[in-house]
Structures are given as structure tokens and as C-alpha cells.
Design a protein around this ligand. Structure first.
Ligand code: PMP
Length: 415
């Protein structure tokens, strides 16, 4: 039986809020998701019963907190089907996870004229760190293009990924277009040339099952806050053999085994990459978040996502909003429920403000993807000058009634 969004909604206290006198319609899930009561209460439980600094104390509280924090790594590892929990590094967010790879792997291992391949649909988090690597090493960045249907050009990818390519870093799902990219094919092509691959899963892991073994992933980066978990906690999955050979990113306490006046010996994985006091409570609560997702069932989330994505696109097509253009695949398969639009009648921020007056939360602007928006500007004249797009991004607690309401309001605004 399909997941029941009305039942799920009961877990999220914030969804009862009124905004400007209207029921809140929270369509800004690609930016961050809301938190169920179970997650909110877990923070209270940790801080009232189990809180102490980890890895440093012999005392009971420190040991309990250490065990719970370590367990959270195991829970994430199971969720990704990793070989070992030591392949799971907790970071601050996706951005830090990608920077870790860029600095510890990229800057140390790349040389002049090596190639870094990324796509033209990256979030700045998977773009600017590679520009830094290129600047510091003399490596070159080349871009995989996308077609008019907003899907990656695999033929072109096959041409530019060659023996000079050392790193391929691509987003699994675009935070603007909603496109889900064929990472399996890209990983295969990259591995044929002995390049390593980093997948930015910030926008896919909330919606899809990801199996790092099945896809033979080298690195995977994501944030807890986009999958109903706490902010300030992110994950870098890395293959053990690659992580073992990498230097640490940040250095200091906790990431060492032994230190003398002029030298230090690194700690075991994953602690080698978790310098200083980490986000202890956030990490433990993230473990609870994965349990919540497991209780719903990731397959059920996938099924509901497909349903609501199809419903949204069908409504858009039914309403015949000629004035409002969808920027992204007009096909519910292989896309997330993240929908970007523009209209020549209003700037994107104006639409977002008008929708807010009706209780609807959407994001507007360039979505930390300036090169993507500039590129689309060429395809769809003047989009960049219209202030980017307004973006409705849905999750498991959004309903078809909310979708109906969104399109009714849009229609009213454009009358
Ligand atoms: N990559 C993608 C595709 C994203 O959508 C985001 C967040 N908008 C990020 C990376 C960065 O995530 P965070 O801000 O949590 O580091």
C-alpha cells in the first residue's frame, strides 16, 4: 500500500502553522526539509540523558555518548550498504564533504594538465572547490553539457572523460532542474579511465535508495538537513582503500593517535577525518533520522515521490499555464519533485513573495547554480535577467491538494 502523506504530516508540528493567515504549504524542501517530532525529541533525550564529549572520557556518560555517535555511523553505513562503518565520515554538510575530497585528494594528487570533469548543472558546492583545485594544481576543468530536455549529454561525456581525467564530480540530482543523472553510466566510463568519481547526493538521497557498492562509488556526499535530519551534520562516504591513502583535511584533536613535538600519527578511519569536537548530538540524532526513514521504508518514499511528481507535472500540463515555463524534464520518470519555473510577467522574487502571501513557501533566484542559470539563459532568452527561477520542491509530507492549491494560486496571479 502506498505511503500515506496525511499520516506522515501528523509527525511534523511545523506543518500546522499558518502563514499570512493561510495554511502553510511548504514547497522549499530542496533548500531544507522539516523535522518530525521524533527527531526534535531525540535532541532533548540526548542533552538530558547522554551528553558528554566523546572519545576522551573513561566516565560512563562519555562512553555512552561515544557509543551512540559511533552507532550513528554504523546506521548510515547500513543505509548506504557500505562495506564498513569506518567508510562513513561525519562532516558539517555536503559542502564540507566535497571540500574534504577537493583538498585532501584533489590538491595533493592532481598535477598540471590532469583533467577534472564536472557538469554544467552543478550547485556551487560541487564547482567552486574544483576551481580551487584547478587553480592550485594547474589541472583543467571540463564540463559535461546537457541537452534541450535537460538531461546530460552522455555521448559528449564519453568523449571528454579520457586517460587524463583524474576526477569526475557530478550531482546525482539537480537542485534546479530536478533531473536525475545516469551516475551508473558515468561511473563506469570514469573507471575505465582510472578516474575516481564523487557523487553529490544532496538532492537525491532524500528521495532515492543509494547503494554505494552496487554503483561502485568512490565518494558520496550529502547533508542530513535535506532528509529530515539536523542541520550542521553531513556525510562523506569514501572507499576505505582511497581514504586510507589520503592525508587529513583538518588537523588537531581527536584525529591523531600520537603526537610529539614535530610529528603526528593519524588516527584510524573515520576519526582521521573528524578533527575536533564534532556535532555530537547532531550525529546521534541523524542516526535516529535514518531509523525514521527506515520505518517509513525508502522504497515507499521512492514510490510516493514518483506519484506526487507525476501528479504535479500532469497538473502543470492540465492548467496550460502558457505564461509559466517549467525548466526541467517534463517527464516524471528519472526526476525528483523539484520544479523550477519562470514567467516573463514577474521577476522570480516577486512571484515568491506573492505566493508567500497565500501561505506557499517556494525559493526564488539562482539557487547557488549561477553557471547553470546563465547556460539556460542562452536556451531561454533573458531568464538570467528575470532574476532566475522560482522553485517548488516537494517531499513526502506534501499532498495533491497542496499541488492543486499551488496551481490555482498561480493561475489567479497571472490573470
Ligand atoms: N549540492 C546540491 C545539489 C545542493 O542542492 C546543495 C544544497 N542546496 C548542496 C550541494 C550544498 O548543501 P549544503 O548547503 O548542505 O552543504
Amino acid at each position: 500500500m502506498m505511503m500515506d502523506p496525511y499520516k506522515i504530516r501528523l509527525d511534523f508540528p511545523i506543518l500546522k502553522r499558518k502563514i499570512n493567515g493561510k495554511d502553510l504549504v511548504y514547497f522549499d524542501n530542496a533548500a531544507t526539509t522539516q523535522k518530525p517530532l521524533r527527531i526534535i525529541e531525540k535532541f532533548t533525550e540526548v542533552y538530558t540523558k547522554y551528553y558528554a564529549n566523546i572519545h576522551r572520557g573513561i566516565h560512563t556518560l562519555s562512553q555512552e555518548a561515544s557509543d551512540m555517535y559511533e552507532d550513528a555511523h554504523r546506521i548510515v553505513s547500513e543505509h548506504l550498504n557500505a562495506n564498513d562503518w569506518r567508510e562513513i565520515i561525519f562532516t558539517k554538510n555536503t559542502t564540507e564533504s566535497i571540500n574534504l575530497v577537493a583538498y585532501s585528494y584533489g590538491i595533493n594528487k592532481l598535477k598540471k594538465d590532469d583533467k577534472i570533469i564536472i557538469t554544467k548543472m552543478e550547485h556551487h558546492a560541487n564547482l567552486v572547490p574544483w576551481q580551487q583545485v584547478a587553480r592550485k594544481t594547474g589541472a583543467k576543468i571540463e564540463y559535461i553539457d546537457f541537452n534541450k530536455d535537460y538531461r546530460l549529454d552522455i555521448d559528449q561525456a564519453e568523449k571528454i572523460i579520457d586517460d587524463k581525467t583524474r576526477i569526475v564530480a557530478i550531482t546525482h540530482a539537480s537542485n534546479v532542474l530536478g533531473t536525475i543523472n545516469p551516475i551508473k553510466d558515468i561511473i563506469k566510463i570514469a573507471h575505465e579511465h582510472d578516474a575516481i568519481v564523487l557523487i553529490d547526493a544532496a538532492q537525491s538521497i532524500p528521495h532515492n535508495k543509494i547503494d554505494v557498492k552496487k554503483y561502485d562509488m568512490d565518494f558520496l556526499a550529502f547533508s542530513a538537513h535535506k532528509m529530515m535530519g539536523p542541520d550542521g551534520i553531513g556525510v562523506l562516504y569514501g572507499k576505505e582503500e582511497i581514504l586510507e591513502k589520503m592525508d587529513p583535511f583538518l588537523t588537531g584533536g581527536d584525529m591523531i593517535k600520537d603526537v610529539d613535538l614535530y610529528n603526528a600519527e593519524w588516527n584510524d578511519l573515520p576519526w582521521k577525518f573528524e578533527a575536533g569536537t564534532p556535532n555530537i548530538a547532531g550525529g546521534i540524532v541523524f542516526g535516529e533520522t535514518i531509523k525514521y526513514i527506515k520505518d517509513i521504508g525508502i522504497e515507499n518514499i521512492e514510490e510516493y515521490d514518483r506519484y506526487i511528481t507525476k501528479y504535479f507535472i500532469d497538473k502543470y500540463n492540465d492548467y496550460k499555464l502558457d505564461d509559466i515555463m517549467l525548466i526541467g524534464p517534463n517527464d516524471y520518470k528519472e526526476r525528483t519533485p523539484t520544479f523550477s519555473f519562470y514567467t516573463k510577467r514577474y521577476r522570480s522574487h516577486q512571484i515568491a513573495k506573492l505566493l508567500d502571501l497565500e501561505g506557499i513557501a517556494v525559493r526564488s533566484g539562482f539557487h547557488c547554480a549561477h553557471p547553470l542559470l546563465k547556460n539556460i539563459n542562452i536556451l531561454n532568452n533573458n531568464l538570467y535577467n528575470l532574476g532566475g527561477t522560482f522553485r517548488a520542491s516537494l517531499y513526502i509530507y506534501n499532498t495533491k491538494e497542496e499541488v492543486d492549491y499551488f496551481f490555482e494560486i498561480l493561475k489567479k496571479l497571472l490573470k
